[in-house]
Design a protein around this ligand. Structure first.
Ligand code: TXA
Ligand code: MG
Length: 383
């Protein structure tokens, strides 16, 4: 088996002849109808998609990715009507106003909502939980694919479990080419990080996984929303900088959180400067010379790939260090967009160490740090 890549341009969807479109979508849609899993573009990262209403289809996703069975899947819809087979009918007939408002504001888009699951939804999709994660992707090719299939698609990120999520069809091909038949190539994933996962049913409502939809954006509709953080990611006090309470529970409410994530083969060393205010990033100082001194002691003779978030940070003795720029200006949206691709690119040259530095955890920075900390095995080297 070797995956076929079908290129479909989101911008050209409306202007493309319908016969051509039918031909392009034919193979992938037939595969979905035959309970296969395929690669699907979305605006966040590429997904490994299969019919979430059929256990024999959804369960293939776990096998293909080597995904632990206790980690539930997100279901993708292309219309609000598609919630019907996914969500508890009683809840659906009386959706709380706040949930409706959030749907209206952020769907389609990079936001996953936990909703009470339909009793007939396959157990492997929810991993036996009472809730189901639902997302209405903004990517036009994803919407078209789901609409043509006619059923919602379960889709985790289309990487082998533990690897950085894929943001291009080529990343999906690298990981899964001998395990799936089709990859729909809809171009580079725009956001670059997975969706924000939100639980509005809990009290207080919680962001379980930070993403492109930030806490500040959600607070406009849900003022009391807080960010869930595990103890190890907690850097200071009991309040986060955005005024949300940080809770610590030994059992994460998102099963996926407990697994190794986003990890290239080479170890990632994540550096930060602790500022007097307790935040992990101190913008007033240049961290580069301190990283360089650290590497001289701890990584002598090692080949190093460095993920840079701004220009002008070269080390003095830079022969053994190669730079990859996630951004040249420190722009957070750009850093998010390039992070997973950068981790994969760094890994390709088989370095001994990948060096990254912390970014400010405000807004999009929170999601970036969440992924960076996971890729670094939950360790930050504070200088
Ligand atoms: O942007 C995204 O969300 C991408 C694209 C493909 O849509 N998908 C994605 O799926 O990131 P995945 O499986 O890699 O991450 C889903 C996360 C996991 O951490 C999982 O534990 C959590 O969402 N999750 C899913 N359903 C849940 C539920 N019912 N309760 C708690 N957590 C849930
Ligand atoms: Mg994933």
């Amino acid at each position: 088996m070797i995956a076929q890549i079908v290129k479909i341009d989101a911008d050209a969807l409306l202007s493309t002849d319908s016969n051509i479109l039918n031909t392009l979508f034919d193979g992938p849609v037939r595969a979905l109808e035959a309970d296969e899993a395929i690669g699907m573009p979305t605006e966040t990262v590429y997904g490994l998609a299969a019919n979430c209403l059929r256990p024999c289809a959804a369960s293939k996703i776990f096998k293909i990715k080597n995904r632990p069975m206790d980690n539930p899947l997100i279901c993708h819809i292309s219309s609000v009507e598609m919630l019907k087979p996914l969500v508890d009918p009683e809840f659906l007939s009386n959706i709380p106003e706040r949930v409706q408002e959030v749907m209206k504001e952020f769907w389609p888009g990079p936001l996953t909502l936990l909703l009470p699951a339909h009793p007939e939804l396959p157990e492997c999709v929810t991993a036996g939980l009472k809730t189901v994660g639902v997302r209405f992707p903004a990517h036009k090719v994803a919407q078209e694919l789901i609409a043509r299939a006619g059923f919602p698609l379960a889709a985790p990120s289309a990487n082998l479990s533990g690897r950085p999520s894929p943001t291009t069809a080529a990343h999906v091909f690298n990981d899964l080419h001998d395990r799936i038949n089709w990859i729909v190539d809809g171009g580079n994933a725009g956001v670059g990080l997975e969706s924000t996962v939100v639980d509005l049913l809990s009290n207080p409502p919680m962001i379980l996984r930070p993403g492109g939809i930030t806490q500040a954006m959600l607070k406009r509709i849900v003022p009391d929303i807080i960010v869930y953080r595990q103890k190890k990611q907690q850097q200071s006090g009991d309040c986060d900088e955005n005024g949300g309470v940080v809770i610590d529970e030994s059992k994460p409410p998102t099963p996926g959180m407990k697994y190794k994530h986003y990890a290239p083969t080479a170890p990632v060393w994540l550096f930060a400067l602790k500022s007097p205010t307790g935040s992990v990033v101190d913008d007033s100082k240049n961290i580069s010379p301190l990283i360089e001194t650290y590497l001289r002691v701890h990584a002598q003779g090692k080949r190093i790939m460095r993920l840079c978030v701004t220009e002008g940070v070269d080390f003095e003795a830079s022969e053994s260090v190669q730079n990859i720029y996630l951004s040249r200006t420190g722009d957070m949206v750009e850093i998010a967009h390039n992070l997973f691709g950068g981790l994969r690119e760094a890994d390709e040259s088989c370095p001994d160490v990948i060096v990254a530095e912390a970014v400010n955890e405000e807004d999009e920075g929170l999601a970036i740090m969440n992924r960076l900390i996971k890729s670094a095995g939950e360790e930050i080297i504070i200088l």
